[in-house]
Design a protein around this ligand. Structure first.
Ligand code: AMP
Ligand code: MG
Length: 390
């Protein structure tokens, strides 16, 4: 058995950043920017009014001052002329500030009569003008790698970047193994259950930016497993679920080895998730996860998520553990690192009483994995522990 950190390092050594592809801006959200991009213009491209009001010379602004309105500047339609002494231009938000103007008196501070305005309320110190390039300047960089959020897409759009270089989405093939499994929506026989792991993992990996294919369930025969591996052709990462331990029907290791997998490790000192297998198979990374639903999902969080991030060119480690105060005591931990399903709330954390690795209801109620290092002694309520949010 190897420690979790070593297993994760092995898994990360099986993957590297994928190629770059260009996508239309409208499809860039959730993708990872693959190289730096530069603004193609200043924003705003001119000094712009931040308010509806009157553009005047700042030196002339004082209570009771009067101005003659000589024209109008609206968004998309600037005023062509120049403002002279005692003159004002009616202006609207987003319009270019005319030459000679350096202050926008908001319309609420002005009384208008025909062509004449009088400042009838204290106009304050704010010029209500957004300077040219005040948001960003031509050539300004958005640095890669960066997971693009909706706000980033808006910024790219404003920078006039219509096509965005992003890392290709990792392709993951998910293979459930077991004679007892039936797809959701199917009709299970009396000895059968519904395959859940592939669906949970697909959701998790696609949230991270991968594209996951659920392959037909492999039966517990060598030929069925071989067929499943053939169908996984073309994936960057092949994930098998179940059949990885030492039972008579656990054939994943044997079949993968027959197909040429170079195994990098087999067992990890971890709860849940001891029988974890990894290696390289025909150019793809391969991870063999345990079948118990919670084990598979926890291994997804701890091992597959960093692999997907690495394939996308992001730093593999984004799961910096957080700390919280125990509200209930915990028994001493055994020799394996334990990821306990837990509820974290407002700085406190509590592990669920039943940590059986088959209980999806418990996992679904949890929002944290409380980390117990190997041989961690018993812990009392009030002690600080580490966890990762899930
Ligand atoms: P195995 O590792 O194949 O011995 O499976 C361990 C346990 O996980 C058994 O109870 C299996 O029925 C269950 N199991 C395996 N694969 C899945 C799956 N895809 N979905 C739900 N349960 C599974
Ligand atoms: Mg099985």
């Amino acid at each position: 058995m190897i420690p979790v950190s070593e297993a994760r390092a092995h898994l990360l050594s099986l993957v590297e950043r994928l190629e770059t592809e260009d996508v239309p801006l409208a499809e860039a959200s959730g993708r990872v920017l693959a190289h730096d991009v530069q603004a193609r213009r200043d924003q705003p491209p001119f000094s712009a009014s931040a308010m509806d009001g009157y553009a005047v010379n700042a030196a002339e602004v004082e209570l009771h001052a009067m101005f003659k309105v000589i024209g109008e500047a609206a968004a998309g339609h600037g005023f062509e002329g120049k403002i002279g002494a005692g003159q004002a231009v009616r202006i609207f938000t987003g319009a270019p500030v005319p030459e000679g103007a350096s202050f926008v008196v908001i319309q609420e501070d002005v009384t208008r009569s025909g062509d004449l305005i009088t400042i009838t309320d204290e106009p304050g110190a704010n010029t209500n003008i957004r300077p040219r390039g005040g948001d960003f300047q031509d050539g300004q960089i958005i640095g890669a790698p960066k997971l693009l959020a909706p706000a980033d897409v808006a910024l790219l759009a404003a920078m006039n970047i219509a096509t965005v270089p992003v890392t290709r989405r990792p392709e993951v093939a998910l293979i459930s193994t077991g004679d007892e499994l039936v797809m959701p929506g199917g009709t299970p026989g009396p000895d059968q259950i519904i395959a859940s792991n592939t669906f949970g993992l697909k959701a998790m990996l696609e949230d991270l930016g991968a594209r996951a294919r659920i392959l037909p369930i492999a039966r517990d025969t060598e030929s069925s497993l071989r067929t499943a591996f053939e169908l996984a052709e073309g994936a960057d990462l092949i994930v098998t679920i179940g059949g990885a331990s030492v039972g008579d029907h656990d054939l994943v290791g044997k079949v993968a080895a027959d197909l040429g997998m170079e195994r990098s490790f087999y067992k990890v000192a971890m709860r849940p998730g001891k029988p974890l297998m990894a290696g390289r198979l025909n150019g793809a990374a391969m991870a063999g996860l345990p079948g118990n639903p919670v084990s598979a999902m926890v291994c997804g969080h701890i091992f597959l998520a960093p692999m997907i991030r690495a394939l996308l060119g992001l730093a593999a480690e984004d799961q910096h553990p957080r700390t919280a105060i125990l509200t209930e005591s915990l028994a001493a931990n055994g020799p394996r690192e334990h990821y306990m399903r837990a509820l974290a709330e407002a700085g406190s954390i509590k592990a669920f009483a039943n940590q059986d690795s088959s209980l999806l209801t418990v996992l679904s109620s949890a929002n944290a994995l409380l980390i117990r290092p190997p041989n961690d002694p018993a812990r009392e309520a009030g002690e600080e522990v580490q966890y990762i949010p899930i």
